[in-house]
Write a protein that binds this ligand. Structure first.
Ligand code: CMP
Length: 140
């Protein structure tokens, strides 16, 4: 199977609790290689564009507030079947429903403050990597 790249974000609740090291160790132990990384605070417009597909959801306003409330670590990760494998080790959106040992079960606090973001499909992964790292990051 070919190498694939995908977007992975360590969200404000996890950065604030100094969990970046533990979370990156977990993804590296699962065969992912870090190919891009940037610690930054998202602008409101960036968060709105990133989560545009959730615009009509009742939690959209709070989600944008939360994602701009403090620094996030934006990363691009590479491995075989990166999108599917990352979703497996990240776990369900709600940490209370996430399988034991997944990142959200280990570190998440709530449906909103669920510590990390992983792209949900190859198409959204490409869009998200391009948004934050440019088209070259997909194949460099
Ligand atoms: P993420 O995988 O980044 O994609 C959309 C985000 O919206 C999700 O993680 C959560 O942070 C947030 N979210 C999803 N469902 C809810 C909900 N019911 N209430 C609040 N936030 C939510």
């Amino acid at each position: 199977m070919a190498l694939e790249r995908t977007l992975f974000i360590v969200k404000p609740d996890a950065v604030e609790r100094s969990l970046i090291g533990k979370i990156l160790a977990h993804v590296e132990e699962n065969g992912f290689r870090l190919v891009e990384a940037r610690l930054t605070r998202l602008q409101r417009e960036e968060a709105q564009t990133f989560y545009a597909e959730h615009q009509a959801r009742p939690f959209f306003g709070e989600l944008v507030e939360y994602m701009t409330s403090g620094p996030v670590l934006l990363t691009c990760l590479e491995r075989e079947d990166a999108v599917g494998t990352l979703r497996e080790i990240v776990g369900a959106t709600d940490p209370a429903q996430a399988a034991p040992g997944t990142i959200r079960a280990l570190f998440g606090r709530s449906k909103q403050m669920n510590s990390v973001h992983a792209s949900d499909s190859a198409a959204s992964s490409d869009r998200e990597v391009k948004l934050f790292f440019g088209v070259a990051a997909l194949s460099r």
